[in-house]
Design a protein around this ligand. Structure first.
Ligand code: CA
Length: 227
């Protein structure tokens, strides 16, 4: 899980979408107070931290995180529009692990994230594998196999499959899938989900039946047991 604290909604949504498309779980927050709440519930593997924020400066947030044991070693990449040498030094002096200046491309951001995850957790983060029956998903490589055959999915089909496989046995309503994958401001219908599930199942061949329809509710993958 990667958290991003960034008050500009456009940038936040763009980055969160890019991260999810690259196989990461990611959640964005607008203000420091929301981030602190989220950290209490779940500690992320990495934090993307904007410098200019409401409530308090990104540097203050960083100092706070470094002052408590739980987040003392949390990998942090600072983002800033300023991009001056002084800013960079300040960020690093205060315990940021890396620094990226706006505007940045998502390719660069994601490769910096992967590099920092490798430095922090070793190479195992690169080869994470999720499996269910004959389906295998490699999130960091963004690859899906069914019965050993590579499957080419669209972004949304992939996101749906990853969501269901990361939460095996959990039933998702169409509305919750719409919100999670298309975004809460997506003006679509729940039928959109059905259409994507149908093409996803077709592409998975015989393995498609592992994605179950729960009548009147939504969808789930697997029964929560480990195979
Ligand atoms: Ca900002």
């Amino acid at each position: 899980m990667i958290y991003m604290l960034e008050d500009e909604e456009g940038i936040r949504n763009f980055v969160i979408y890019a991260l999810k498309s690259s196989g990461f779980e990611a959640e964005g927050f607008e203000a420091p107070s929301a981030l602190y709440e989220a950290i209490k519930a779940e500690l992320p593997e990495l934090l993307l931290l904007d410098r200019m924020l409401p409530e308090e400066d990104g540097l203050e947030v960083l100092k706070k995180l470094r002052s408590v044991p739980e987040t003392q070693k949390l990998p942090v990449i600072m983002l800033t529009a300023k991009g001056t040498e002084l800013d960079k030094v300040e960020g690093l002096d205060n315990g940021a692990d890396d620094y990226i200046a706006k505007p940045f491309g998502t390719m660069e951001l994601i490769s910096r994230i992967k590099a920092l995850l490798r430095r922090t957790y070793g190479s195992s983060a690169e080869t994470e594998k999720l499996s269910l029956g004959g389906i295998a998903v490699y999130p960091t490589k963004h690859e899906v196999f069914a019965e050993g055959e590579k499957v080419n999915l669209t972004l949304k089909e992939y996101d749906l499959l990853l969501m269901l496989m990361r939460h095996r046995g959990q039933v998702f309503s169409r509305d919750s899938l719409l919100r999670e994958i298309w975004g809460y401001d997506f003006a679509g219908e729940s039928r959109t989900v059905d259409v994507h599930i149908r093409t996803l199942r077709q592409k998975l061949g015989d393995c498609g039946e592992l994605i179950e329809t729960i009548r009147g509710v939504g969808y789930k993958a697997g029964d929560g047991s480990i195979d």
